[in-house]
Design a protein around this ligand. Structure first.
Ligand code: HEM
Length: 255
């Protein structure tokens, strides 16, 4: 870790100098799966919208242009990338560094439970500065549990839809058991469609809040998903989560 002193605010330079530490937060598997998930969601949404509503008509026999066929093929290959990336990220929740772990999503530690409240206060404009967690703040982490639940809904409904039209010899027919569990094919299709809009809505919020936190905290949040590094005040390594709230009752250190 390297240490640099930076100038913040408009006051005299010396007064505003703080110790900033470069921390390696997002490891390669986290960054690679993140961008593969982004790319596959874009491809799956564009092709999925066309599959649900094939609005382009092409003259001539279907086999000559095979337009819907290509769109479905792109959807299927992107679905493989999406499914493998989601599963890899889940595995990394048990093998990765402390910022990638499952307990940054499901709050079990007391510190993170209390940080939930501080993060909510910040989002509700009741706290001027966000609590200074280095990785996900506890509220963001908990929201990602819902996002992963949506990913698995998309995978389950997608595999159910695929199994219904799969060739008699195809191993994909093994997923037929999902159809009754999801309330039948039409319900699966509806859930698959609604899930897409929820994920696209999340993406808008996600990009907005990444940019917001980048500006408010000035710690390269947005850049960190490319470089892996964040630049945080040294005190966050000791009092993570309580930089801007009352921490007299938090004598213990870190995470
Ligand atoms: C975030 C991920 C995904 C998005 C946004 C997405 C989106 C969509 C949409 C909007 C449709 C059209 C639904 C309709 O008829 O109204 C669709 C169809 C379909 N999706 Fe997905 N999908 C995703 C993941 C998957 C996965 C993981 C699979 C797994 C195989 C899959 C397989 C299918 C199949 C088989 C169809 C029906 C294709 C057809 O009828 O020709 N999708 N998808």
């Amino acid at each position: 870790m390297s240490t640099v002193a930076i100038q913040r605010g408009n006051g005299p330079a010396e007064e505003n100098r703080r110790d900033i530490v470069r921390v390696y937060v997002w490891e390669l598997p986290v960054r690679v799966t993140h961008w593969l998930i982004v790319l596959s969601i874009v491809l799956l949404s564009v092709t999925g919208i066309y599959i649900g509503h094939p609005f382009i008509n092409v003259a001539g026999p279907a086999g000559d242009h095979f337009l819907l066929g290509w769109v479905r093929a792109i959807h299927s290959y992107s679905a493989i990338v999406f499914t493998l990336s989601v599963l890899s990220r889940v595995v990394w929740m048990f093998r990765g560094n402390r910022y990638a772990r499952w307990d940054k999503f499901i709050p079990v530690a007391r510190r993170r439970w209390r940080g939930l409240w501080a993060a909510l206060r910040f989002y509700l404009f009741n706290l001027r500065k966000p609590p200074g967690f280095i990785g996900h703040n506890p509220l963001a982490g908990l929201t990602y549990v819902l996002v992963f639940a949506l990913y698995f809904l998309m995978i389950a409904t997608g595999f159910a839809l695929y199994s219904s039209g799969a060739h008699v010899d195809s191993p994909m027919r093994a997923f037929k058991f999902l159809i009754p569990l999801l309330g039948g094919l039409q319900t699966a299709r509806l859930l698959h469609h609604i899930g897409m809009w929820l994920l696209l809505g999340f993406a808008v919020h996600h990009v907005y809040s990444a940019l917001l936190m980048s500006v408010v905290e000035g710690n390269a949040t947005t850049e960190s998903i490319l470089s892996g590094h964040k630049f945080v005040p040294r005190e966050d390594l000791v009092y993570s989560g309580y930089r801007f709230v009352d921490r007299k009752d938090v004598p213990d250190a870190n995470v």
